[in-house]
Structures are given as structure tokens and as C-alpha cells.
Design a protein around this ligand. Structure first.
Ligand SMILES: [Zn+2]
Length: 236
């Protein structure tokens, strides 16, 4: 009986490990996705800054062509100025020149602001791109780690499958059946638990002295009166 119980304990250990490995493997694709989306969302922050800089560049170019147009306008006015005869008209044209120059100087001020903003944004992008390299590399090696560990776990799972079959064969069928019935009814899945110093390690309750003494005989299956699990004591 001792051997049979030892086999059941072994079987239970195999199953516990199997459950743990399966749950770890279930997390694998989610953890890979999380790493990918972390990298993606960082890419998006860079893209957002790049959109800002493109918009600034476009506005800068628009301002440049506005300045060009105003300069051409000024040249035309200057040409008119040279041929003008009366003073009133002359003054009016001078005023126009002043207006055009005023507009251009305003535009130039704005362009300086754009240059500052572009400079700041370029620096942000450069910093973010440096960070991105680190984030990308970290995610990449983390993903490789996860995949490697998953492969090891899958191999272990296959080994455990074989072990389950082998150990199951060693246990008497009716005992195995009982084990599975108890296992199904037992919260937390443990069906076979150790008794140490007369305490059941499944429920932490003392078992009666009579039953505790009987356990040392190892002659039949015994159950905890409190939690109904199969109980056993460590072999001496
Ligand atoms: Zn118990």
C-alpha cells in the first residue's frame, strides 16, 4: 500500500506541475502581445511628434512663399514709385510699401517661432528615437526569452504526459478511480495529502490518535475525517 500511495503522490505532483505549466503557457501569447503593443504605442508617440514637425515645416514653407509674394509686390510698387508724378499718389505708394514690409516682418517673426518649435520637436524626436531603440531591443529579447521558456515548458509537458501514463499503470485501477473521484470533489485539486505530527496538511486539522496510529501500518487507504482527502505519512 505504501508504494501505491507513493505512486498516487507522484501522480498528483505530475498533475500539479502539468496544471502550472499549462497556465504559464496560456499566458504566453498575451505576454507577447503586451510587449508588441508597448513597442507600437511608443512608435505612435514618435509618429505624433513627426506629424507636428511636418505641419510646422509646411507652415514655414507657406510663410516663405508669402514673403516671396510680398517682395514681388514691393518691387512692383517700387517700379510705380519711380514713374509717379504727383505727391499724393507718391505718398499712397509709400504707405503701401510700408504695409507690405510690415506684413513681412510679422511673418518673419512667426517663422522664427516656427524654427524654435521645430528645434524643440526635433530634439524630442531624437530623444524618443534613442529610447525606442532600447525599448525595441528589450522587448525583442524579452520575447525571445518567453518563447524559449515556452519551448522548454512544452517539452516538459510532453515528458509529464509520458510520466502520467507510466505512473497511472502502476496504480491499481480501483485506487486510481477513487483518486480521481476525490480529486474532483476536492477544492484546490489535491487528493492525497501528508499527515505530519497528526495534522492533516490538506485542511490543517488534527486527525484522531487512533487513525494516526493506523496510518503507520500502511495497509489500506485512509481518509481525513475532516476534508476527506487520502492521507498518508512520510515513510521512515
Ligand atoms: Zn484534512
Amino acid at each position: 500500500m505504501r508504494e501505491q500511495i507513493e505512486d498516487l503522490v507522484k501522480l498528483q505532483q505530475i498533475e500539479t506541475e502539468t496544471v502550472q505549466i499549462k497556465s504559464a503557457l496560456n499566458d504566453v501569447s498575451k505576454r507577447l502581445d503586451d510587449l508588441d503593443s508597448g513597442v507600437k504605442s511608443f512608435e505612435k508617440t514618435i509618429e505624433a511628434q513627426e506629424r507636428i514637425i511636418n505641419e510646422l515645416k509646411k507652415q514655414y514653407r507657406d510663410h516663405e512663399s508669402d514673403i516671396q509674394l510680398n517682395l514681388e509686390k514691393e518691387q512692383k510698387i517700387q517700379a510705380k514709385l519711380r514713374s509717379v508724378k504727383n505727391n499724393k499718389e507718391y505718398q499712397a505708394l509709400l504707405k503701401e510699401v510700408e504695409d507690405v514690409r510690415g506684413k513681412n516682418s510679422k511673418i518673419e517673426d512667426e517663422m522664427i517661432e516656427f524654427l524654435d518649435l521645430m528645434d524643440t520637436t526635433e530634439k524630442i524626436i531624437a530623444t524618443k528615437k534613442d529610447e525606442y531603440i532600447n525599448i525595441f531591443e528589450r522587448a525583442k529579447s524579452e520575447k525571445e526569452n518567453i518563447k524559449e521558456r515556452a519551448e522548454i515548458r512544452k517539452k516538459r509537458l510532453a515528458e509529464l504526459d509520458v510520466e502520467t501514463m507510466e505512473v497511472s499503470k502502476l496504480v491499481a485501477p480501483e485506487l486510481l478511480k477513487r483518486y480521481f473521484i476525490i480529486k474532483e470533489q476536492t477544492p484546490g485539486g489535491l487528493a492525497v495529502v501528508l499527515v505530519k505530527d497528526a495534522v492533516c496538511h490538506g485542511c490543517n486539522v488534527n486527525i484522531p490518535p487512533q487513525l494516526y496510529n493506523e496510518l503507520f501500518r500502511c495497509d489500506s487507504l485512509r481518509f481525513c475525517p475532516n476534508c476527506q482527502r487520502i492521507i498518508y505519512i512520510k515513510g521512515s
